[in-house]
Design a protein around this ligand. Sequence first.
Ligand SMILES: CC(C)(COP(=O)(O)OP(=O)(O)OC[C@H]1O[C@@H](n2cnc3c(N)ncnc32)[C@H](O)[C@@H]1OP(=O)(O)O)[C@@H](O)C(=O)NCCC(=O)NCCS
Length: 181
Amino acid sequence: MRLETERLVLRSWEQRDRLPLATVLGDAEGRRFYPKALTADEASAQFDSILKRQTEHGFCFGAAELKAGGSFVGMVGLGMIGEPLRSALGGSPQVEIGWQLHRSVWGQGLAPEAASAWLNWGFANLPLDEIVAFTFEGNLPSQRVMQKLGMTRDPADDFLHPGLPEGHPLREHVLYRIARP
Ligand SMILES: CC(C)(COP(=O)(O)OP(=O)(O)OC[C@H]1O[C@@H](n2cnc3c(N)ncnc32)[C@H](O)[C@@H]1OP(=O)(O)O)[C@@H](O)C(=O)NCCC(=O)NCCS
């Protein structure tokens, strides 16, 4: 798997990405809308689980690196939605799009650039009527990316993340959708 945009290479994971990904997943600021920043061991376990999904599904949130210089900037891509999340989304969405970039590259429009290429790939290669994205209702930067991609939110689709316990401050989530063009 390899896609190119104006400034990025989007590709499958390789073992050399394990430590750079841990830097993204371990950053407290970058993880402020997640339950926690990951320790090195937790990030390494997540990397193994990403490699497994890549093998099982043929795609997953993939690696993103700068064309100029080749530095790793984070992950962007498509992911299969498993249970119980799918039920919380009303049962129909199958594939989500998502992103987590290194803080040093925020604000340059890299997430929408990468995600736009992934949306095109998804609709060209997968039999999907729609692709969704979701995040904590307070994660406005991520919602800006969704809006820049032309995704839309119906407040009736807002949901409580089933992976978080009752009363958790990050439980309230918003859902954005984009239909096959
Ligand atoms: C969400 C994220 C991927 C956006 O990536 P990006 O490449 O910076 O996207 P953009 O440059 O298009 O900026 C999107 C919005 O982020 C916000 N933003 C930009 N620079 C920022 C910075 N330095 N600090 C905080 N927010 C910033 C702005 O609201 C911006 O919207 P605008 O362009 O209308 O001003 C990135 O902020 C990130 O990785 N965040 C942490 C992980 C995360 O929350 N992922 C989503 C989980 S669902």
